[in-house]
Design a protein. Structure first.
Lengths: 107, 149
């Protein structure tokens, strides 16, 4: 599965398109790690446990989007966009969407 | 009285920890940015790059970071909120976060020639309605890494 966030796949021709595919996930941190982040919050800097949470969520959303595209028979997703929103404190939603297409090498 | 003393102690500690962490982080960012200086990132897509060369690989790369301010910065900002103007303490947090996210994205695409169509997303993940809460910012940078033959 080729994923790009431009309108095409370089070096390939789009032969069919299957419409929008999406993947989303909402993740919350456990209370113990939240407490650690609360302390880190006071002194400043990167919140590593939250970064981990965010990259897990991104991975999960991507996987779901890929599964959807695979079901449609696509072999690439183009023009992928990320959207994020915070639902409550300590929880974040990652939403990924793109267009599922079938590509073939040029020539 | 003891409340005020506690506040002063917390402010003192967080001032030092916050500025220490920030200084180290900026040094680290600068070093890594210099190391990657020959690998351009651009934020337009489509067909404006060198199309004469054959592209063998195009893939999505991402970089993410969650960064928070410190108590002292938040305190200064809430004071400044009364008068308006630039909140330099928050500017530096967002600046660090964005540059870090972009750097992580670029470091993931080490084998690629360059990254096109870079986009940056940022959200506040904490309770922005309560005045005491220190801002926490989640930033995702993403783009398409292009590798030439």
């Amino acid at each position: 599965m080729i994923i790009t966030n431009i309108e095409t796949v370089p070096g390939m021709n789009i032969v069919a398109q299957y419409g929008l595919v999406t993947g989303s996930t909402v993740r919350a941190k456990n209370a113990i790690k939240d407490f650690g982040a609360g302390l880190k919050n006071m002194i400043g800097g990167e919140l590593k446990s939250y970064t981990e949470l965010l990259s897990d969520a991104r991975e999960e959303a991507l996987t779901r989007m890929k599964a959807q595209a695979q079901k449609l028979g696509a072999n690439a997703i183009v023009n992928v966009r990320f959207a994020t929103s915070s639902i409550t404190v300590g929880a974040a939603e990652v939403y990924i969407y793109g267009t599922a297409v079938k590509v073939q090498p040029k020539g | 009285m003891s409340d005020l003393l506690l506040l002063l102690i917390i402010l003192g500690i967080t001032f030092f920890t916050g500025s220490f962490i920030e200084k180290k982080h900026f040094e680290d960012i600068k070093k890594r940015e210099i190391a990657l200086i020959r690998k351009p990132i651009i934020n337009f897509g489509s067909t404006t790059w060198d199309t004469n060369r054959k592209i063998t690989k195009a893939e999505l790369v991402t970089g993410e970071v969650v960064i928070s301010g410190d108590y002292f910065k938040n305190f200064v900002a809430s004071l400044k909120n009364l008068f308006g103007g630039r909140l330099t303490t928050f500017e530096s947090i967002l600046d660090r976060g964005r540059r870090e996210a972009i750097l992580r994205m670029r470091e993931k695409a080490r084998g690629a020639n360059f990254i096109i169509n870079t986009r940056i997303e940022a959200i506040m993940i904490n309770d922005t309605y309560s005045k005491e809460s220190v801002p926490q910012c989640a930033i995702i940078a993403y783009g398409t890494a292009i590798t030439y033959e």
